[in-house]
Design a binder for this molecule. Structure first.
Ligand code: ADP
Ligand code: MG
Length: 131
């Protein structure tokens, strides 16, 4: 499926819609260049999961993992800063995937072999004309 979204607000709304299709074991991989809108889509997913408000969601670029909700209703991971697959082991991903909450992962490309094979893959692209 392909969607066209023309603003951050539409991106967040799309995320809310995606959240409605997720279940407790869902893993969502968000692919796309820097600034494509991965974190913005994650904001909408977080809202749709009733984990937190869009404004509360920030990029886990440096912290690598953010958890939202109490109890946790969504885990948001950014693998951008990870250089080596061995570093993945230090994140405790196995335990995270067993927690039964949706896991959203930005920059998954280099680590696909170590991520759950059952996932949703969303590729976000700028439209050349749009910006
Ligand atoms: P990424 O996480 O992929 O690096 P962000 O989600 O941080 O990207 O988005 C980068 C910028 O683009 C933000 O300022 C965001 O508000 C804006 N943005 C996101 N989606 C869209 C869109 N569909 N149209 C226009 N701007 C967008
Ligand atoms: Mg981001």
């Amino acid at each position: 499926m392909t969607y066209r979204v023309e603003s951050p607000e539409e991106m967040i709304a799309l995320g809310r819609g995606i959240a409605a299709d997720l279940d407790s074991g869902s893993v969502v991989l968000l692919s796309g260049n820097l600034g494509a809108g991965k974190t913005t889509l994650s904001k909408g997913i977080a809202e749709g999961l009733h984990a937190t408000s869009a404004d509360d969601v920030s990029s886990p670029t440096f912290t690598l993992i953010h958890e939202y909700g109490a109890p946790v209703l969504m885990v948001h991971i950014d693998l951008y800063r990870l250089e080596d697959p061995r570093q993945l082991a230090t994140l405790g991903l196995e335990e995270i995937f067993e927690r039964g909450v949706p896991v959203i992962i930005e920059w998954p490309e280099r680590f696909l072999r170590w991520l759950p094979p059952a996932h949703s893959f969303i590729r976000i692209e700028h439209d050349g004309d749009a910006r």
